[in-house]
Design a protein around this ligand. Sequence first.
Ligand code: FES
Ligand code: FES
Length: 158
Amino acid sequence: MAKNHVITTINGEPVEYLCETSQTLLDVLRDELGLTGSKEGCASGDCGACSVTIDGRLVCSCLVMGAEANGKSITTIEGMADGEKLHPLQQKFLEQAALQCGICTPGMLIAAKSLLERNPDPTETEVRYWLAGNLCRCTGYDKIIRTVMDVAAEMRSA
Ligand code: FES
Ligand code: FES
């Protein structure tokens, strides 16, 4: 069967790829483009490990077909740092050890960044609700929530 020709933007760079109609965006990112930062935890929209943004909207890339990315702008975890400079969320996750095995971390970071772009001054409850779609099997939620709150405060005072 003919593959789909997709023209898109990923992390600010123009990207073209061919994909099967059955391939999800997560499959394409990981298997075709080598962007393995987005993780597959469930492949059913339950864990958030595959979170990316499409045209600024937070989505599970396992629930989006690769062909649907045509003409869209996608941001993955690989686009979060500014060259060698980590995003404040990435830096603080490291400093405050807000990760254990790290499988959920890319999705947590993408989701947290998306929250802070919309709401720079979230309450703890708002952070918890926003990240409710991101599961951490290592159950390090308290450190994650505290770190996102700390980064929000730091970014507001910067
Ligand atoms: S892999 Fe997409 S939500 Fe779990
Ligand atoms: S750090 Fe292991 S799943 Fe979250």
